[in-house]
Design a protein around this ligand. Structure first.
Ligand SMILES: Nc1ncnc2c1ncn2[C@@H]1O[C@H](COP(=O)(O)OP(=O)(O)OP(=O)(O)O)[C@@H](O)[C@H]1O
Length: 602
């Protein structure tokens, strides 16, 4: 892989395509053969013109069967050419889909080895786009662009062989037109400045579509907060920005493009005077006249492959960008597996002087999230993490299953550093109920059963009962077989979260991390869920991140974080009996509660 990553642009694309060299060479050869066959009509036109001109004085002398023979030859050439092209495209498609399959498998395997932090972050949208669209673009390159490219180049080469074999002067005029126009396009589009220019143009285009999406998506917020003018102003600004660059691009490339088109279409204009000059001393030369006529009729034919070449070039740039994004994921380092894996037998979690910073590679910055964090979460106890927003609670929880690796200190499970536990084993040790629930597009049964693939139906239903979701599932039209998202079946935030809790209950891992797990529940369900959790957490190491302090009063230990540091540790009783961050939070919480009651009593 390392060797592969060094290449960029077209050479990188050809390197990927090279994985199925045999099929692609076959496709190229067939495509070139098809180009050759497709030129038979040109040859036929020349032969027919020649026959007609030679016998122009007495058309009765024209050999009719000769003309019909060439007519059939042209037809056969076309049919055979199309047939070859069909087989060539079949070969290139087979190659493309095999390469795509291999790439997707390798990418999936690689993503499977990456840290969960990378996957859980904002990059998931980009990964999805890479897996779907960017890989699809490679299909376009291998299945279409390569055979097209071979076809276009072969057509040009064969055409010029025919042209030069007929007449060097006329052929040279056509060749000069083509070389000059391609050169002009190259200067127009390939210069460094032009590339930067195009990049800015694409950026403004992307910003405009992003802004449009935001405008539409944020419509409820925009309406409720009366921000329509401001929000539309932003969208309007992006449209104007795009317009400015679109006009600039048109203005800049206009002259060059016009010149390119004029030059390409000037073949006949140049062939005519050259023919006149050649015919001057040779007015009776009918063979030369036939050739001249041939160039007048067929000369412009060499230009269409050039146009095709130009569009192929434009498409290749976009594919190249897609490959860069694929390589960016391959560049992401997998989570290192321990050389000698150790297996913890007890499940106390110990944070020992842990320090951690989030890294933003694009902007080359770091955000320190945790500093010198030390505490022990004991097995069979609930450890609650509390603290103001941004104090690092979620970060502490995510470091346990190695979403990221610590920068300083150690995290140990049963005395074993998490980095010394095999990744799969670590994943089996920890159940995580996230703040943002995730349900698969599948039945509710499968959504719960995913927690423990070998579970029986009874176990799945028991888990659902414990998480207080059995009743609402049974009220749905197809019960456990209801598919989420189908026929307008959607679950509320609380219901989705309970499905995730059921999944965690079924997994029955010795370590349970609950990130705001009961946040969406109404008081009655919260009580029921608390009871279910009580049952679930027996003998387990439980870490709860909670904002509603009432839900963690009974926790055996509360770790209070502030600005990434542990500022207090104790039980609710101990922490409320002393001044400090927790007391302030508790006072604020109970004040808010009293305020709510007072308002409610009025
Ligand atoms: N993926 C990330 N990339 C960069 N910085 C991050 C990332 N996630 C969190 N942070 C930063 O790390 C710090 C701690 O965030 P964290 O989410 O752990 O806090 P929290 O206490 O869980 O907050 P909240 O209660 O609001 O969920 C914050 O300053 C936050 O901005």
């Amino acid at each position: 892989m390392t060797e592969m990553k060094k290449k960029e642009g077209l050479s990188r694309l050809f390197q990927i395509a090279g994985q199925r060299k045999g099929l692609l060479i076959l496709s190229g050869v067939l495509s070139a053969g098809s180009a050759l066959c497709m030129l038979t009509p040109y040859w036929a036109v020349y032969e027919v013109l020649n026959e007609l001109l030679v016998n122009a004085g007495d058309l009765d002398m024209v050999n009719g069967s000769f003309l019909i023979h060439w007519g059939w030859t042209a037809f056969a050439g076309l049919v055979f050419g199309l047939l070859l092209l069909y087989v060539a495209l079949m070969a290139s498609h087979v190659a493309a889909f095999r390469i795509l399959y291999g790439l997707r498998v390798r990418l999936s395997e690689h993503i499977g080895r990456l840290s969960l932090g990378f996957l859980n972050g904002s990059s998931t949208g980009a990964i999805k786009k890479t897996m779907e669209q960017n890989i699809e673009k490679i299909e376009t390159f291998i299945a279409h662009t390569i055979p097209d490219l071979v076809n276009v180049v072969a057509t040009e080469i064969f055409m010029f062989i025919i042209f030069f074999s007929l007449n060097g002067w006329f052929a040279a005029v056509c060749l000069a037109c083509i070389i000059m126009s391609i050169g002009l396009q190259y200067v127009n589009f390939m210069g460094k400045k032009a590339r930067e220019f195009t990049a800015t143009y694409f950026d403004t285009q992307e910003r405009m579509s992003a802004s449009a999406v935001q405008y539409v998506r944020g419509m409820p917020v925009v309406k409720i907060f009366g921000q329509s003018v401001h929000s539309f102003r932003q969208f309007h600004k992006e449209i104007l920005g795009y317009k400015k660059w679109a006009l600039k691009v048109c203005d800049t490339y206009e002259r060059g493009f016009v010149l390119f088109t004029v030059l390409l279409n000037s073949i006949v204009t140049l062939v005519l005077p050259v023919g006149l000059l050649l015919m001057q001393g040779n007015s009776g030369n009918l063979a030369l006249a036939a050739v001249w006529l041939f160039f007048i009729v067929m000369g412009p034919g060499v230009t269409s492959p050039v146009y095709k070449l130009m569009f192929l070039g434009g498409g290749t740039r976009e594919i190249d960008e897609g490959v860069k994004r694929i390589d960016r994921i391959f560049d992401e380092n997998p989570i290192p597996e321990p050389v000698v894996a150790k297996n913890p037998v007890s499940y106390d979690i110990e944070f020992d002087h842990v320090g951690f910073s989030y890294e933003n590679r694009e902007q080359a910055t770091r955000t320190e999230a945790l500093r010198d964090v030390s505490f022990v979460a004991r097995q069979g106890e609930i450890t609650a993490l509390v603290g103001p927003s941004g104090s690092g609670k979620s970060t502490v929880a995510s470091l346990i299953p190695r979403f990221w690796d610590v920068a300083e200190g150690n995290i140990r499970i049963g005395g074993v550093d998490v980095r010394d536990i095999a990744n799969e084993r670590l994943m089996n040790l920890v159940s995580f109920v996230f703040q943002d629930t995730f349900l698969f597009y599948d039945t509710l049964y499968e959504n719960i059963a995913v927690g423990c693939p070998g579970a029986t139906r009874q176990q799945v239903e028991d888990a659902a009962r414990a998480a207080q979701c059995h009743d609402f599932i049974m009220n749905l039209p197809n019960g456990y077989e209801t598919r989420i998202g189908d026929k307008g079946v959607y679950l509320s935030g609380g219901e989705s979260q309970r499905i995730c809790v059921a999944r965690a209950i079924l997994k029955n891992a010795p370590i349970l991390v609950l990130d705001e797990a009961t946040a969406f529940a109404d008081p009655e369900n919260e009580y029921k869920m608390q009871r279910a959790l009580q049952h679930l957490i027996k003998d387990k190491t439980v870490i709860v991140i909670a904002h509603r302090l009432s839900s963690i009063i009974s926790a055996q230990q509360i770790v209070v974080l502030k600005e990434g540091k542990v500022v207090q540790i104790g039980t609710h009783k101990e922490l409320t009996s002393m001044s400090g961050v927790y007391r302030q939070m508790w006072d604020a919480y109970t004040d808010a509660f009293r305020w709510e009651l007072n308002v409610g009593n009025k």
